[in-house]
Design a protein around this ligand. Structure first.
Ligand code: 13P
Length: 251
């Protein structure tokens, strides 16, 4: 399976910073032979800029959220149709920061995934346990519950999503899950996805949480880690390219 490296810029960037970052990434990518799939998920206001800078290149782009509703009186939200119009291939859904700071429940996340698919945008469904949940031995229970809600909502279309395992305690903390810890969860998610898909090995499962240039190769060598969702390191072209290079070798 070809790996996918997706950057999540979170609430970072400016018109000029985006322009130089993407120019450096494009230039760096030229030196990677047979690169893996690459995407950047950017703040909504920059989608137009990113569309014009990345249109015609092999780098895809996406949003960091999508509305669960089709259209109408939902102030502040962005619909799947709007994302599609700006060329988004992906939309993150259920990132832990949205679950934590915006009260997104499993049901809301599932509705968002369903809505993205309906508009031809691939949802990158984020799941992951908090430190307290890991310490009380509930990791598998939590990630399976989060994923089950999405599987229930989208049915066999789950083969068209991307899943990202992002342990909350590893996000932005510099504390990465060990390759063994990540693989253990990925294998459980894989089994759940394969059982829900009518054929094939199911969707790609990315790892996210302090993945960087130094630890990417080891994580990506795990049999059930199909790529990475990168926060901080996606804002530095050299680091992002190093992760892409590691993913392009690990197949
Ligand atoms: P960091 O790579 O900064 O830990 O962020 C991970 C993440 O949340 C990606 O969605």
């Amino acid at each position: 399976m070809k790996k996918l490296i997706a950057g999540n810029w979170k609430m970072n960037g400016s018109l000029s910073a985006n322009e130089s970052l993407l120019a450096e990434i494009k230039a760096g990518l030229v030196n990677v032979s047979t690169p893996c799939d690459v995407a950047v998920c950017v703040p909504g206001v920059y989608l137009s800029q990113v569309q014009s800078l990345l249109g015609g290149t092999s780098i895809a782009w996406g949003a960091q959220d999508v509305s669960a509703h089709e259209k109408g009186a939902y102030t502040g939200e962005t619909s799947g149709a709007m994302l599609r119009e700006f060329g988004c291939r992906y939309a993150l859904v259920g990132h832990s920061e949205r679950r934590q700071y915006h009260g997104e429940t499993d049901l809301v996340v599932a509705a968002k995934a369903q809505r993205a698919l309906a508009f031809g945008v691939t949802p990158v469904v984020c799941v992951g346990e908090t430190l307290a949940e890991r310490e009380s031995g509930d990791t598998m229970l939590v990630v399976k519950r989060q994923l089950a809600a999405v599987i229930h909502a989208v049915g066999h279309c789950v083969s068209e999503v991307v899943v990202a395992y992002e342990p909350v305690w590893a996000i932005g903390t510099g504390r990465t899950a060990t390759p063994e810890q990540a693989q253990e969860v990925h294998a459980v998610l894989r089994a759940q996805l394969v059982a829900a898909c009518t054929r094939g090995s199911g969707p790609r499962i990315l790892y996210g949480g302090s993945m960087n240039a130094a630890n990417a190769a080891e994580l990506l060598a795990q049999p059930d880690i199909d790529g990475g969702l990168i926060g901080g390191a996606a804002l530095k072209a050299a680091d992002f390219i190093a992760i892409i290079s590691a993913a392009s070798v690990a197949r």
